[in-house]
Design a binder for this molecule. Structure first.
Ligand SMILES: O=c1nc[nH]c2c1ncn2[C@H]1C[C@H](O)[C@@H](COP(=O)(O)OP(=O)(O)OP(=O)(O)O)O1
Ligand SMILES: [Mg+2]
Length: 198
């Protein structure tokens, strides 16, 4: 089956869009087939839930309701889970960032030795037949005092285990994409679109 020519990515986040376009671009190692990512900058409601798949699925269903059936579309939802807090803030990290800011988020973990965290991106893709497919990427790391540019979310306080002690914000974008939760999740979507797509 052929990969669709155009796929809609519904996100209100310009930083995400930039990374996803980079990750999904054809490369020398896998040059086929190419499709165009079209952005719909909707701010979708997000289900209040700790189940990341359920949040992303509800988000995708809303996107489908908005676009009408038959258009291939995907959404993603990204969570930051602290080990010490059994996974919270998780999907609520967006609201913690907005209301408290980076510094206080780091301070929340100050009384605890365990700074372990995982970043999780969950993608839900609805194909042209209306079937839903879920993909997930996870990157483990630690929460550190902010280092590097603060242009994208919590990039400056998350230091992945595989980055030579750099925070995401201190890394080159292409290096972040190689090990990031988003890079891993979209590598799976890319593989799916290239090999089994509808
Ligand atoms: O790689 C990342 N590095 C640092 N920060 C990140 C990353 N990825 C998402 N983020 C931030 C954005 C938002 O504050 C929260 C996720 O919330 P999330 O609902 O998935 O994103 P959003 O509402 O900005 O965009 P969307 O319109 O696609 O839902 O974490
Ligand atoms: Mg959102």
């Amino acid at each position: 089956m052929q990969a669709p020519k155009e796929i809609v990515f519904v996100t209100g986040n310009a930083n995400k869009l930039k990374e996803v376009k980079m990750i999904l671009a054809p490369s020398e190692s896998d040059p086929t087939p190419s499709f165009t990512i079209i952005n719909e900058a909707l701010d979708l409601d997000e289900l209040q839930d700790v189940n990341l798949e359920a949040i992303a699925l509800a988000k995708c269903k809303q996107a489908v309701a908005h676009l009408g059936e038959g258009h291939p579309v995907f959404v993603e939802d990204t969570a930051l889970r602290f080990d010490e807090f059994n996974g919270l803030p998780g999907a609520y990290i967006k609201w913690f960032l907005k209301s408290m800011g980076l510094e206080k988020i780091v301070q929340m973990l100050q009384p605890f030795e365990n700074k372990g965290a995982e970043a999780v991106t969950t993608i839900v893709y609805c194909d042209s037949k209306g079937q839903y497919h879920t993909f997930q990427g996870i990157t483990r790391g630690i929460i550190v005092d902010s280092r590097g540019p603060t242009t994208f979310g919590w990039d400056s306080i998350f230091q992945p285990l595989e980055s030579d002690e750099k925070t995401y914000a201190e890394m080159e974008k292409k290096d972040k994409n190689l090990i990031s939760q988003r890079g891993r999740a979209f590598a799976q979507l890319k593989d799916f679109l290239y090999h089994h797509s509808a």
